[in-house]
Design a protein around this ligand. Structure first.
Ligand code: HPA
Length: 275
């Protein structure tokens, strides 16, 4: 996807929302997509109405962009994402996030459901992503680089900057939603990992395993945005969990944690939008 295509999408978003710029983008992971409609001043556009936007097909991932006004800051919520395991090219996977950054978002909050493999993690935990491991052997920046988007070899030493981690941690404490911290490893899916793959990821430093987020984080950082990542541990990862994994259990845990996640986001979004 070209710079021009992303620009066209950003222009369409500005026209449809009546907001020229947004300051914060939020990608809602599994089970959270309803959150966007509760926000003040919410204006919703189906992804299908935005040129170039891929439209999600998987259950539980609606596809709409919601623009809201949080204490005077325009926030773009991406309710629903597409994944590489659905067969999408990574340029499509990161298209919405690129549109958000081109629309002015200097901070991108990425949320997801993940399996927990770090010490002390339990299903239901909310975990701030301290860093990531790209174990999918794919990268959204492969192909010709457009220097107008970002550099050919972007630095990744601070994708999730410490000041924003501290801010999120503080907000969590203030609203009584405890946040753990860990490293997220991206595996391609859609099969869940084997116990040996989870053990590999764990030994390499992963606390969380999941099938999203990393390509979006790389693309956002490529364009100069700062990233905050929050995982909901929907299950202990394979081999750590005593029972087989099922998508139904994953969505049930996400549903059970929704109120806590919502409380956190209500307090965190206005703070991040001011950064
Ligand atoms: N592995 C990968 N992705 C996931 C998991 C998991 O255990 N749980 C939720 N998303």
């Amino acid at each position: 996807m070209t710079y021009e295509a992303i620009g066209m999408a950003a222009a369409a978003v500005a026209k449809a929302t009546g907001r020229d710029r947004h300051t914060l983008a939020v990608v809602l992971g599994s089970g959270l997509s309803d959150y966007a409609s509760t926000l003040p001043g919410a204006r919703s556009i189906p992804y299908g109405d935005i040129p170039g936007f891929p439209v999600p097909k998987i259950e539980g991932h609606a596809g709409s962009l919601v623009s809201a006004d949080l204490e005077g800051s325009p926030v773009m919520v991406l309710a629903g994402r597409v994944h590489a395991y659905e067969g999408w090219e990574l340029t499509d996977v990161v298209f919405a996030v690129r549109t958000a950054v081109m629309s002015g978002c200097s901070v991108v909050l990425l949320t997801n459901a993940a399996g927990g493999c770090g010490d002390g993690l339990a299903a239901g935990d909310l975990v701030l992503i301290r860093d990531h491991l790209n174990l999918a052997a794919r990268n959204p920046l492969i192909g010709p680089n457009d220097d107008r988007l970002g550099p050919r070899f972007p630095d990744m030493s601070s994708v999730y900057p410490g000041d924003l981690l501290a801010l999120a941690r503080g907000v969590g404490e203030r609203v009584g939603v405890p946040l753990k911290e860990g490293v997220y490893a991206w595996l391609l899916g859609p099969s869940y990992e084997t116990p040996s793959e989870v053990e590999m990821a764990r030994r390499l430093g992963a606390d969380l395993v999941g099938m999203s987020t990393v390509p979006e984080a790389i693309a956002a950082r490529h364009m100069g945005a700062k990233v905050v990542g929050i995982s909901l541990v929907t299950n202990l990862a394979a081999g750590i969990s005593p029972t087989p994994l099922s998508h139904a259990d994953v969505t049930a845990t996400a549903e059970a944690a929704r109120q806590r996640f919502t409380t956190l986001l209500d307090a965190l979004l206005p703070e991040l939008a001011k950064r």
